[in-house]
Design a binder for this molecule. Structure first.
Ligand code: GDP
Ligand code: MG
Length: 836
């Protein structure tokens, strides 16, 4: 059998990719907006030897205005494809056939897959396929790519047409005067153009298609003659040739449609229309969007997500967990009782210290409670010391003390009496002065670090290697992997919103908003794609034909929190804000706000001025996505994240571990203890540049270093902080809580959210900008904007909360923060300069 290539062409959202996947068994990304498929993708058809199909970008016509249209038509004109399978969305047949009329001019056999036939039938519309086929002069097959109906038949027909040979001439179908002009131009074409293609070239020349004009070396005289034919036609019709021909095509189509399509009559409003009336309502659309996205981030990062992430962090990558939570309840009760009792004891020790009572007996008693290996005599000695300590206080004596809630970090004031102390001591004794061990309750599964540590002990692993594995790799990579559940849940929601059709509405809604500021909604599609990963997001900007808009979009797309930024957002929410639910959604809206504000500001500068590109977008009908598809998409994104954790993040954590556990102490170089990290190489580097971040409030070396490793991959922020703030999650959270205030924490979040993205995305920016100067402008803008926003958050945050400390650095920083804020507000509200 001969080799054969079939090109899948059609409007965006007509189902090309779904069809491609069904034919090849591949898993291309199925998206609902233009630009998801920018490059063509090839695959072998299952069960048909030697037949390949090509998934072309979605296009509405074959004009030379967008990269997708150029990619498609160059490919279709080349010798490669032997037939075109034109996917036509049957529920939108009029619009879709416009492209069909152009595809048929390319001299290749065209077979129409009348797709979404399930939707057509459901709506109750009737399409006379036989008649359609004979009117158009090509084969038409009813298909439903989603349900797998008619796919084989469509492919079969395309193969058969391809085998018949190349020549496929379209019938004349325009009004007489236009046909006359076409054939006149056709006669002037160079002779090497094949007869089947002469009509196509003639029409393109009439339309003054610059790309076609350039590709042909016309005689000067012929060119002049063609120009005069076009001008004559324009004069007669009082319109330009491009519009004339567009009209002709639509007239032709509407004649055909009126003959073979019967729409179900009556004022029937589909469910999709009903939903859209609410969801895209002028006033409700934005609030609904805000609530939906808020819920998505809230649920995945804060509620459902944390349940799994806590388990992953504290259990799987921590000490361990209770299998099926058996024993968890009774352990928590015991642990609570024990820690309440210790708090009472501590309160009295502090009280005794302050009143000059002798506490040495308690303090010097063997610290049985802190060491599992203490002998029984030691325990008895300490118990006696505690009892006699407690006996010194009156039963009615009241002592008050502060208690910090571990989860919310809220401080409450409690009081205990002398008799409480005596009870507390006996409770402590009943536990043998030893903190309850979760492993003694229910079924305990030890965490990965514990298992690894025991394993390494058994094989007698060298200390440094053990430290590398536990304090470096497990602490770093484990900290990152611990956030996988949250990310998977987020991806699940995003995939669901995307495939049910809601995301296309968002692009549509935001186009309305963007347009008011002179921006195109097209700029928002890369952002939607970028919530998964910035790299495809940046690539999706290729669909924007206006160069200024495209550059601006490349610059701002990565402001949106991508999947890899979720871990550090969740970590900051957990460690610094006690798991507050507003943190993650606020990061999302901060990203959107940054994009909008940047867009408005940049558009008013000379570099980016210009009218917004037009934006056409088809809103697909809502449909319930299949669970398989959503899970698949979630897993695809999640898996690439896990792979990244095993490679680039693993390497980065090893480097960070080495740099943070080695350094100079007492003049000699060597491995450091955990509490000597301040002398490490990394601390040296971090301290040298930490001043840069001092005005932002997080000028400590740990945060500085984390921001830098974040440039390799954003997950590294979490991995690095995991290593630098000690290994297990609880301690990391405590140490981070101590190192940041709410304000500096949010400034840190804002900076790392908005600054230059990871290496992979930086690479994508470089490729897409394809211009060194523009590349550096983009990186500089991102870092500069991030710095300014974090500066404003920190300085004004301090002023608002009344924690502003008067010192030269703060005063200067505040002046700059206010100045930048005023400048930004001015740039946003200032009317755009009218261009001459
Ligand atoms: P492309 O832009 O042409 O590649 O279109 P996609 O393959 O990405 O499909 C767009 C949307 O239409 C997806 O949500 C598909 O699930 C859906 N879709 C594709 N084919 C059909 C079909 O035959 N019937 C229905 N109901 N939906 C379809
Ligand atoms: Mg596609």
């Amino acid at each position: 059998m001969t080799k054969m290539k079939i090109a899948l062409a059609g409007n965006p959202n007509s189902g090309k990719t779904t069809m491609f996947n069904a034919l090849t068994g591949a898993n291309q990304y199925v998206g609902n907006w233009p630009g998801v498929t920018v490059e063509k993708v090839e695959g072998k058809v299952r069960g048909r030897d030697g037949v390949t199909v090509t998934d072309l970008p979605g296009i509405y016509s074959l004009s030379p205005y967008t990269p997708e249209e150029v990619v498609s038509r160059t490919y279709l004109l080349s010798g490669e494809p032997s037939a075109v399978l034109n996917i036509v969305d049957g529920s939108n047949i009029e619009r879709n056939l416009y492209l069909t009329t152009q595809l048929m001019e390319l001299g290749k056999p065209v077979v129409i897959a009348l797709n979404m036939i399930d939707v057509v039938n459901k709506k109750g519309d009737k399409i006379d396929v036989e008649r359609l086929s004979s009117l158009l002069g090509c084969k038409v097959v009813e298909t439903s790519a989603l349900k797998g109906k008619g796919i084989d038949k469509a492919c079969e027909k395309a193969c058969r047409e391809a085998e018949k040979g190349e020549s496929f001439a379209v019938r004349p179908c325009f009004s007489a005067d236009v046909e006359e002009a076409v054939s006149a131009v056709s006669g002037l074409l160079p002779s090497e153009i094949k007869p089947v293609l002469r009509r196509w070239y003639a029409i393109k020349l009439l339309e003054r298609d610059s790309a076609v004009l350039k590709s042909l070396s016309l005689h000067e005289q012929a060119a002049l003659k063609i120009e005069s034919i076009a001008a004559d036609l324009e004069k007669k019709r009082e319109d330009d040739t491009e519009s004339i021909i567009t009209n002709e095509r639509y007239n032709y189509i509407s004649k055909i449609v009126s003959e073979c399509v019967v729409k179900k009559s009556g004022g029937h409003v589909s469910l999709t229309d009903k939903i859209d009336r609410v969801v895209t309502n002028r006033f409700l659309a934005l609030p609904i969007f805000a609530v939906v996205m808020w819920l998505v981030y809230f649920v995945s990062v804060t509620t459902v997500g944390t349940v799994f992430t806590d388990w992953a962090n504290d259990g799987l990558f921590g000490d361990g967990w209770h299998l099926f939570t058996i024993g968890a309840g009774s352990y928590e009760e015991a642990a609570g009782e024990y820690s309440d009792a210790s708090a009472v004891l501590d309160a009295f020790v502090t009280y005794a210290d302050s009143t000059g009572t002798d506490t040495s007996a308690v303090l010097e008693a063997p610290e049985a409670g802190e060491d599992e290996t203490s002998s029984e005599e030691d325990v008895v000695l300490r118990e006696e010391a505690l009892v006699s300590f407690a006996a010194q206080f009156d039963d009615d004596l009241e002592v008050s003390y502060q208690v910090t809630d571990e989860e919310t970090l809220d401080e409450t004031c409690e009081t205990a009496t002398g008799s409480d102390l005596k009870t507390a001591v006996s409770i402590l004794s009943s536990y043998g002065l030893l903190e309850p061990d979760p492993a003694d309750y229910g079924i305990w599964v030890p965490g990965i670090p514990v298992v690894i540590e025991n394993g390494l002990d058994v094989i007698g692993c060298a200390d440094w290697l053990k430290a590398l594995i536990l304090d470096g790799i497990v602490a770093g990579v484990g900290a990152v992997l611990g956030f996988v559940p949250q990310m998977l849940i987020l991806f699940f929601f995003l995939a669901w919103l995307e495939s049910c059709g809601y995301m296309s509405r968002i692009a549509f809604i935001l186009d309305r908003v963007f347009r008011r500021f002179g921006l195109s909604g097209k700029s928002f599609i890369p952002v939607l794609v970028g919530t998964g990963c910035g790299v495809p997001g940046i690539m999706a900007s290729r669909t924007i034909e206006n160069q200024n808009d495209r550059r601006m979009t490349i610059m701002t797309t990565t402001f949106i929190p991508c999947g890899a930024k979720v871990p550090f957002i969740a970590m900051i929410a957990g460690a610094i804000f006690g798991g507050a639910g507003w943190v993650a959604p606020s990061a999302y809206f901060l990203g959107i706000g940054a994009i909008l504000v940047s867009g408005i500001m940049l558009k008013k500068t000379k570099l980016f001025a210009g009218d917004p590109a037009p934006f056409f977008m088809e809103l697909p009908s809502y449909h319930l996505p299949t669970v398989g598809n959503v899970l698949h998409s979630m897993w695809e994104r999640g898996w690439s994240f896990i792979k990244k954790a095993g490679t680039i993040i693993l390497l980065a954590t090893i480097l960070v571990w080495f740099l943070s556990y080695f350094g100079w102490t007492d003049g000699s170089f060597g491995m450091l203890e955990e509490d000597q990290m301040d002398s490490s190489i990394l601390a040296l580097i971090g301290n040298a540049i930490a001043w840069i971040f001092a005005p932002l409030g997080f000028g400590n070396w740990q945060a500085t270093v984390a921001s830098i490793t974040g440039l390799i991959a954003k997950e590294n922020i979490v991995g690095t902080l995991g290593i630098l703030y000690n290994s297990d999650t609880a301690t990391v959270y405590q140490n981070m809580g101590a190192a940041f205030t709410g304000i500096t924490g949010f400034a840190f979040l804002a900076f790392n959210l908005l600054c230059a993205p990871c290496f992979a995305a930086i690479g994508a920016i470089k490729r897409e900008m394809n211009d060194t100067k523009w590349f550096w402008r983009a990186i500089a803008y991102q870092c500069g904007f991030a710095y300014v926003v974090a500066l404003i958050v920190n300085q004004l945050g301090m002023v608002i909360t009344g924690t502003f400390v008067l010192n030269p650095l703060n005063v200067i920083s505040l002046v700059f923060a206010v100045a930048f804020l005023v400048l930004i507000v001015y740039m946003v509200v200032r009317p755009a300069k009218k261009r001459a």
